[in-house]
Design a protein around this ligand. Structure first.
Ligand SMILES: *Cc1c(COP(=O)(O)O)cnc(C)c1O
Length: 251
C-alpha cells in the first residue's frame, strides 16, 4: 500500500502520487487486456476526498484527468482552489473533470450542479428533478448516473434493482440531464466471489435496461475501488473510483 501522504513533504508526496498514478494506470491496462477490453475504455477517477488542494493539484499535473469527491461542502472550497493552483499561464492547461461520488442532499443540488461535471450518486427521483431544475439554466447538460444498491444493504443509498425501470423512465423526461449509466458501491468484504456477484449483477441490470430503453446513451458502469477495481474491470466497469491506491490511506 502507498505511503501515508501526511508523513511526507510535498516534494516526496508529488513523486509518490505520480508513481502511484502510473502504477494504477498500468494495473487498469493489464486488467482490461485480460478481459479482452481496450484499456482506453476504462476511465480512472482519482478519488481526492479528504486530500488538500495542493496534493490534488499535483495529482492533476501528474495526469489525473478526473477527480472524485464525496461531499459538496468540501468541494466548494477545493474545486476553485485546485483551479487556482493549476492556473499557470506558462504551462499547458490542466483542467480536470470533477465527479461527485457521495450521497447528495437535495438542498445541495444547486451547488453540486455548478461544481461537478458528473454526478454518480443520483439515488432518488426527487434528487434527479432538483438537479434537472438547477441545470436547466446552465450552458451544458449535467451527466448523471443512477446509484444502485445491488446487495440491498440497509446502510447504503441507491435504487433497488426493481426500481430502476421506473427511474430510467422518469429520467428520460428530464432534458437538462444527460443520463450516462449505473453506479454501485460494493459491500466491504474480502470475498472475491461476493464482490464479483455484485459487479455481475450491476452489469446484468445495465444490459437489461439498455435492451428495454434504447434511447439514453448507456455508456457507463461506475464500479470498483482500490481493493477491487481489477474485478470490476473484468465485469465491464468503464469508470473506476480509486483513492487510497493513489493518495495513500486517509486520516
Ligand atoms: C472513497 C470512495 C471511493 C474510493 O475508495 P478507495 O478505497 O480509497 O479507493 C470510491 N467510491 C466511493 C463512493 C467512495 O466514497
Amino acid at each position: 500500500m502507498a505511503a501515508d501522504s501526511a508523513d511526507v513533504g510535498v516534494a516526496t508526496a508529488y513523486s509518490t502520487i505520480a508513481a502511484n498514478l502510473q502504477s494504477v494506470h498500468e494495473r487498469i491496462a493489464v486488467a482490461a487486456r485480460a478481459a479482452g477490453r481496450d484499456p482506453a475504455s476504462v476511465t480512472l477517477i482519482a478519488v481526492s476526498k479528504t486530500m488538500g488542494a495542493t496534493v490534488v493539484a499535483e495529482a492533476a499535473r501528474a495526469g489525473a484527468t478526473a477527480l472524485g469527491e464525496n461531499r459538496v461542502q468540501e468541494a466548494e472550497e477545493k474545486v476553485p482552489e485546485v483551479a487556482r493552483l493549476l492556473a499557470d499561464p506558462g504551462a499547458p492547461a490542466v483542467a480536470p473533470a470533477w465527479h461527485l461520488i457521495g450521497h447528495l442532499q437535495t438542498n445541495k443540488a444547486r451547488a453540486a450542479a455548478r461544481l461537478f461535471d458528473v454526478i454518480h450518486s443520483v439515488d432518488s427521483l426527487r434528487l434527479a428533478q432538483a438537479l434537472a431544475r438547477q441545470t436547466a439554466a446552465g450552458p451544458r447538460p449535467l451527466q448523471v448516473l443512477l446509484q444502485v444498491n445491488v446487495a440491498g444493504e440497509a446502510s447504503k443509498d441507491g435504487f433497488a434493482p426493481d426500481e430502476l425501470r421506473r427511474a430510467v423512465t422518469a429520467l428520460a423526461g428530464l432534458d437538462s440531464l444527460a443520463f450516462g449509466g449505473l453506479m454501485t458501491v460494493a459491500p466491504l468484504t474480502d470475498s472475491q466471489d461476493a464482490l464479483m456477484a455484485v459487479f455481475q449483477a450491476l452489469r446484468q441490470q445495465f444490459l437489461e435496461l439498455a435492451g428495454v430503453f434504447p434511447t439514453p446513451a448507456w455508456q457507463h458502469l461506475s464500479m470498483g475501488m482500490s481493493n477491487d477495481f481489477e474485478l470490476a474491470i473484468a465485469e465491464g466497469a468503464t469508470l473506476v473510483r480509486i483513492g487510497r491506491a493513489i493518495f495513500g490511506e486517509r486520516e
